[in-house]
Design a protein around this ligand. Sequence first.
Ligand code: SF4
Ligand code: SF4
Length: 139
Amino acid sequence: MLFNDLRKGLSVTIKYLFTRPVTCQYPNERLEVPERGRWLHALEKFEDSGKIKCIDCGLCERVCPSKCIKITPIENEDHTKNAAEYELDLGRCLFCGLCVEVCPELALSMTDKYELAEYDREKFIYTKEQLLNSKSKEG
Ligand code: SF4
Ligand code: SF4
């Protein structure tokens, strides 16, 4: 009886000894995130001019169920508008992705950055500059 139990236990141990682990050694190793995952947002800019793509249509602000987007517009000389300030409070964000979906200018996207923990609630409020640089390594 005892030998049988020991044999069963050992067979399970030996079986798992040679199977690939499903966990990874975080933070030294990182899992690939899905391409369509919803993580930290990014504001897009034009590659040639470096100008922000957001035209301050206000759709993302209106569609957001948590009301965590706040835009302050600026009017240009040609009467077009851009976002002078763009604030996104990630502490309240549901990561539903509606703001990205609704944007007619493709001015908003999501990065693959998911390590967003902070000790201070204020640090969850991302500014326009942070969102414009959130695709870079340091952002
Ligand atoms: S992902 Fe959803 S909750 Fe977060 S800012 Fe966009 S619309 Fe709001
Ligand atoms: S929906 Fe797009 S263009 Fe409109 S205010 Fe939001 S980010 Fe800017």
